[in-house]
Write a protein that binds this ligand. Structure first.
Ligand code: V0V
Ligand code: CO
Length: 144
């Protein structure tokens, strides 16, 4: 079901500063910057690698307001890894299969994600404390 690690989502207070850090220390390149009002984030995708099942990224996340998923996470836990996003071929089918196994779905249906992807989250309390995102890219092998 899981094709690859699509991205690691990292919560931060200052997106511009974190982008500069990842560019200068790791030599990564920003391939997309978006504001996602529904998710309450300003985010950037930095390309890490290409594989035969698609690309992988670091996603840097800054909250739009304190009362958002990432805002609350920062207040409680501070900066750090916020979620793991796995590539799947069909997010609707994956949700159905995972839900049938008793894992709580945060999203019953896919939402709009970065770079035109369809995304859905699984509850961290049912995934060993890891907020888990399923990502169906618009074109699986070329995402930038
Ligand atoms: C909260 N908890 C987490 C967590 N966030 N555990 C692991 N990883 C995280 N990121 C724990 C928290 O410590 C609490 O446990 C418990 O869950 C309830 O948390 P809360 O602070 O009361 O917050 P809630 O329940 O209001 O919201 C938590 C959830 C929320 C996970 C339901 O953050 C959510 O719906 N997230 C999905 C959407 C999202 O994260 N969007 C931003 C990324 P204790 O302390 O009670 O034990 S957007 C994105 O990735 C995009 C657009 C993309 O990739 O394209
Ligand atoms: Co994400």
């Amino acid at each position: 079901m899981l094709l690859r690690i699509d991205h690691v989502g990292i919560a931060c207070h200052n997106l511009a500063e974190k982008i500069e850090f990842y560019e200068s220390v790791f030599g990564l390149t920003v391939v997309s910057r978006e504001v996602n009002e529904e998710q309450g984030v300003r985010e950037a995708m930095l390309h890490v690698a290409d594989g035969d099942r698609g690309a992988s990224y670091v996603q840097l996340l800054e909250p739009l307001h304190p009362d958002t998923a990432v805002g609350k996470f920062l207040a409680k836990r501070g900066e750090g890894v916020h979620h793991i996003g796995y590539g799947v071929a069909d997010v609707t089918k994956a949700l159905e299969d995972i839900g049938a196994k008793g894992v709580r779905l945060i999203d019953q249906r896919p939402r709009h994600g970065s770079m035109g992807a369809s995304i859905a989250f699984l509850h961290p309390k049912d995934v060993g404390g890891v907020l888990t995102e399923l990502v169906e890219t618009s074109r699986q092998t070329s995402r930038h």
